[in-house]
Design a protein around this ligand. Structure first.
Ligand code: FAD
Length: 384
């Protein structure tokens, strides 16, 4: 049984079949839509280029019973409690993803997690509309990009000192000029107090007038329903390097799973597409009694203000950051996080896709780099 019909859920069904499981599979999802991809919601869907992002998977051929519009409510050993009644299972994949954080206030606030959210927001991104985006993180930057392109007057309000501060630290500061170049006003160090009928009130008392407010301040793992169960929850479902929970026959994948990374010697919960795509293979193997380990170098991308931004690795393991190329120059640059022994812990690339591919392999291999060559963008990363 698979609970959560997002990408990680549907990939779990595929992986179970690929590993030879021929028994019955039920896929349970709270949303009424067939499984769909979320990255295009803040890109092609908001830009009006598409209305559907359904995952390309032949569910009929996979012989899966699809149970949509049904939510899991609780879990006992061998029994999943759902809004449609109790279901017995031999093996269970938890793939319930994450839900967006909302802020205080009486005013209408949009969030962006579902296709319904995206279509509702797109309708309001009309020329001249005043749009306030709360949070200059990945989603906030992409929403601001789409809103500016739609001809809206966009203000991004960010509590931190730079955009992407939580994800990238000071490196996020190199994206500040992109906002002005796109005609977007960026207000840093501005904390939102409440969302009102006509905009925002900041903690400072200042007001930001807006017709549309979008809250993009992060998500929480959707694991409330596991309260009181034997599954350990601590910033997501706690799983080992095989993606197994401590309840026998129960694994977890995707945005809701916090797994033990052997490579980085820490727990990781990664809210990105590549993890939802890849982890189910290990989880299915674990469920079927195989000895697989999930230990990737995390990867993700974001498309914002005309730039392709990509990241691979885990930078808290690093001691310093070196730049490859000048962020103020023609725009193509990379930031490389190095450990004390000059090993690459993580890389962020802006319009340098080859660097991220090579960088991810270097993080995986764990070999030393020559910092002097690394800072020369003309030297291929693999030769550094
Ligand atoms: P989800 O996609 O959240 O799916 C979980 C499903 O479980 C949901 O349908 C939910 O309704 C359902 N569910 C929840 N609780 C229950 C319950 N109790 N019972 C039954 N069902 C339940 N990543 C990138 O790497 N690059 C990007 O550019 C990028 N862009 C993104 C843009 C947007 C707008 C969003 C929202 C995400 C983006 N991501 C991106 C992140 C990526 O989409 C997620 O990491 C991925 O969708 C996680 O998949 P998942 O299956 O774990 O969770």
């Amino acid at each position: 049984m698979v609970v959560g019909a997002g990408l990680a859920g549907v990939r779990s069904v595929e992986a179970l079949r690929a590993h030879g499981f021929a028994g019955r599979i039920t896929l349970i999802g709270e949303e009424r839509h067939r499984p769909y991809d979320r990255p295009p919601l803040s890109k092609a869907v908001l830009l009006g280029e598409t209305d559907s992002t359904v995952v390309d998977s032949d569910l009929d051929a996979l012989d899966v019973r699809l149970c949509l519009g049904a939510a899991a409510k609780g879990l006992r050993e061998g029994v999943l409690e759902t809004t449609e009644g109790e279901l017995e299972y031999d093996g269970l994949v938890i793939a319930t993803g994450a839900t967006p954080v909302r802020l205080r206030g009486e005013g209408r606030q949009h969030v962006l997690r579902t296709i319904d959210d995206a279509l509702a927001l797109r309708e309001r991104l009309v020329p001249g509309a005043r749009v306030a985006v709360i949070g200059a993180g990945w989603i906030g930057a992409e929403v601001a990009t789409a809103a500016a392109r739609a001809g809206c007057a966009v203000t991004v309000v960010e509590a931190g000192e730079t955009p992407l501060a939580a994800a990238l630290g000071a490196v996020g500061g190199h994206t500040i000029p992109w906002y002005a170049q796109a005609g977007v006003e960026l207000r840093l160090g501005a904390k939102v107090g409440t969302i009102d009928a006509d905009g925002l009130t900041l903690m400072s008392g200042a007001r930001v007038k807006a017709d549309v407010v979008v809250t993009g301040v992060g998500v929480r793992p959707a694991v409330e329903w596991l309260k009181g169960s034997a599954v350990e929850v601590d910033n997501g479902v706690v799983v080992d390097e095989h993606l197994r929970t401590r309840l026998p026959g129960v694994v977890a994948v995707g945005d809701c799973a916090s797994w033990w990374s052997r490579r980085f010697g820490t727990r990781l919960r990664v809210e990105h597409w590549d993890t939802a795509l890849q982890a189910p293979d290990t989880a299915a193997a674990a469920l079927l009694g195989e000895d697989a380990v999930y230990d990737p170098v995390p990867y993700f991308w974001s498309e914002q203000f005309g730039h392709m931004v990509q990241f691979a690795g885990h930078h808290p393991a690093a001691e310093r950051v070196l730049l490859r190329g000048d962020p103020r120059g023609e725009g193509k640059w990379a930031a490389c996080w190095l450990t004390a022994g000059d090993r690459l812990a993580a890389i962020l690339t802006v319009d340098r896709p080859r660097d991220v591919v090579q960088g991810r392999r270097i993080v995986e291999a764990g070999h030393r780099l020559d910092p002097a060559r690394l800072t020369d963008p003309a030297v291929p990363l693999r030769d550094c």
